[in-house]
Design a protein around this ligand. Structure first.
Ligand SMILES: [Mg+2]
Length: 269
């Protein structure tokens, strides 16, 4: 199937939930819209949406993995960690860092990563609002998929604990992994849905949002703590279409900005 690049239509929505000067939406907790998004949210201008793809750690599950500690141990101390951060513009892509290492060094690194991930699994908790959001997607017949840089066993355990299945659910055994758009394009292809009718939701700007943007999907950054600062301050190449501070707000974004009951066009049948 030919996957079309995202259409940059005039009604393209650029909205921030949880920020901006818009009035609080009735019946919802804290989702706010910018005046611009309010103007563009009329039913006629809404873009069809047929799938949502989620990151797992820190998005569908509460973040419990101590990534800085993991990176320090894998890289060999504070100095090496600081150098990797500087090289990555403040962020570390640990899987990329170790790709060029020798087999023994790589094995040791993967053992450290696996130990941190296992500790995380032992304390795995479902993110508040995840069940409600998935129930909402089911009620609208919107598909849901998952892409994680974690391993398949972690995804299996997540499915077991969560009780709802994401399909496809791609772990880091699927190469190349995020931020490469390949896993997201693979999911869209499996669904037979163009990327511009899909939203990628995740808590990592450098992995989830970049993956979504490169694939031509809509993107929604989950920033629970406000660590990324104001939406406007993010550079354009990584700026998500939406920024929220909870999964409940994702539900509001979907309801308010998309057509969630799109008719399947004949060309796709
Ligand atoms: Mg994450």
């Amino acid at each position: 199937m030919l996957l079309l690049p995202r259409l940059l239509l005039p009604h393209r929505l650029l909205a921030v939930a949880g920020a901006g000067a818009g009035a609080a939406l009735p019946g919802r907790l804290s989702c706010r819209r910018t005046p611009a998004s309010t103007m563009s949210s009329s039913a006629a201008a809404r873009h069809p949406l047929r799938g949502v793809v989620f990151d797992m750690d820190g998005t569908l599950t509460v973040p419990v993995i101590d990534f800085p500690a993991m990176y320090r141990e894998v890289l060999g101390g504070d100095e090496a960690y600081a150098a990797a951060r500087a090289a990555g513009g403040g962020a570390v892509d640990i899987l990329h860092c170790i790709e060029s290492w020798g087999p023994d060094e790589q094995r040791r690194a993967y053992e450290v990563i696996a130990r941190f991930e296992k500790d995380g699994l032992d304390r795995l908790q479902i993110m508040p609002g995840a069940s409600q959001l998935c129930g909402f997607l089911d009620s609208k017949q919107i598909r849901r998929g998952l892409i994680t840089r974690n391993v398949k066993t972690a995804v299996d355990l997540f499915h077991q604990r969560f009780g709802m299945i994401f399909s496809p659910a791609l772990s880091r055994e699927f190469r190349p992994y995020k931020p490469d758009p390949a896993p997201l394009l693979h999911i869209c292809s499996t669904w037979n849905i163009p990327p511009n009718e899909v939203v990628m939701v995740g808590d990592s700007l450098k992995d989830d949002i970049v993956c979504g943007k490169r694939a031509g999907a809509f993107t929604c950054l989950l920033d629970e703590t406000g660590r990324y600062g104001p939406h406007e301050s993010l550079s354009e190449d990584v700026r998500p279409d939406f920024k929220v501070s909870s999964l409940s707000e994702v539900l509001s974004v979907l309801e308010d900005h998309f057509n969630l009951a799109p008719v399947v066009s004949e060309s796709r049948i």
